[in-house]
Design a protein around this ligand. Structure first.
Ligand SMILES: *Cc1c(COP(=O)(O)O)cnc(C)c1O
Length: 360
């Protein structure tokens, strides 16, 4: 079928042939659950559907618990008022007076260049606006962003996110990056993109690779959630990026039923380090409207992270963190290792649960 299409490795073909309708998903999956059927009937009207043929091909047609399937098939729980409680569409307060720019920390800004993504992840924390409609920012809007950054010396880093900035043409994306690099106080450019995972063919584009090399270093931060996503195609994409002298990091979201157990995350982080990707953050799932059914408890998250500490190389350990509501910023969550101060020193619990005194 599809997979034999001679254009399979062409990213533009993958984008053009995204599955964007309930019918498209119904044709692929063989035994949709009641939740999924209702999702395809109602939910997609609030939160759009899109998936590349490549990423869809990783999903199990018969197994509703497939971790890829859960990330792409809408369910009724996304809009079920009994499920979506204690949450808001924009819990992290990302808007500001300059459209498409969030300036939360003094030294860095978040900029979103488009609302379009190749795949609409069901757990997206920006689902209030992604794909509604698919739209890139205008030159005028970019000019306001540029002026804002130019006027503020304390900003050293621009984090370009989305939507997915890599759906833009090479020309457009690097025009923007070039303009940002002209500002003397900008030291770091970071791109948040899921394309290495859901559209690895993007990095088979020779022109993109040449531009990535020309503008190196650009910190590429991607978004793997499950070991099943680390395929041959992805391994090749990461290799291609790394040849352009740009570091590749990963942010995972802790998702109920997808990756909320220690063995799954252990396997994922091992695989990432093996292909040259550094696990950067493990995010606790935010209280965003439409995403609440993916949330786990903090206790469970801490237990999982404590389990990883004993089993995995330090290189493979991400920082577990959550975003405080109202734009109050990220906080790091750690299992408790320092228990207190005793008569003659500090008391620690090590990764095996053993109590150890550390003398002053
Ligand atoms: C997460 C985030 C950043 C980046 O934070 P780091 O800890 O540097 O990865 C910057 N701005 C906003 C608004 C963010 O939400």
């Amino acid at each position: 079928m599809w997979k034999r299409d001679r254009n399979w490795n062409n990213w533009r073909w993958q984008l053009k042939n995204r599955v964007k309708t309930p019918e498209g998903l119904k044709n692929y999956f063989e035994n949709l659950t009641e939740e999924e059927i209702k999702g395809l009937q109602f939910t997609y009207k609030s939160f759009p559907i899109a998936v590349t043929p490549y990423y869809l091909s990783l999903a199990d047609k018969r197994d509703p618990s497939c971790p890829i399937r859960k990330q792409i098939v809408p369910t009724y729980s996304e809009i079920d008022p009994n499920v979506q409680v204690f949450c808001e569409p924009n819990a992290l307060n990302e808007e500001s007076e300059i459209p498409h720019l969030t300036h939360r920390y003094p030294d860095r800004v978040l900029v979103t260049l488009t609302t379009m993504c190749p795949v609409y992840c069901r757990h997206c924390m920006r689902k209030r606006k992604v794909g509604k409609p698919e739209k890139a920012i205008s030159e005028e809007e970019f000019a306001s962003i540029w002026d804002y950054i130019k006027k503020r010396q304390q900003i050293r880093e621009v984090l370009i996110s989305g939507g997915d900035p890599l759906v833009l043409s090479n020309e457009k994306l690097f025009h923007y990056i070039g303009e940002l690099k002209k500002i003397d106080h900008i030291e770091v450019i970071r791109i948040g993109t899921r394309t290495p995972v859901i559209l690895p063919q993007r990095f088979y584009d020779g022109e993109l690779l040449r531009l990535l090399e020309k503008f190196s270093p650009i910190w590429i931060v991607t978004h793997f959630n499950h070991p099943k996503e680390v395929t041959e195609e992805v391994t090749q994409a990461v290799k291609n990026i790394r040849k352009t002298a740009n570091p590749v990091l990963n942010q995972t979201v802790l998702l109920k039923g997808v990756n909320d157990d220690t063995p799954t995350l252990e396997e994922l982080f091992r695989k990432l380090v093996k292909i040259g990707v550094k696990p950067y953050y493990l995010f606790h799932c935010d209280p965003i409207y439409g995403v609440v059914h993916f949330r786990t408890s903090l206790e469970k998250g801490i237990k999982i992270v404590a389990g990883l500490r004993g089993r995995l190389s330090g290189l493979a350990q991400p920082t577990y963190a959550l975003d405080l509501p109202g734009g109050k910023g990220k906080v790091v969550i750690n299992p408790q290792y320092l228990l207190g101060k005793g008569e003659s020193g500090y008391i620690f619990r090590n990764y095996e649960g053993e109590i150890v005194e550390y003398r002053l």
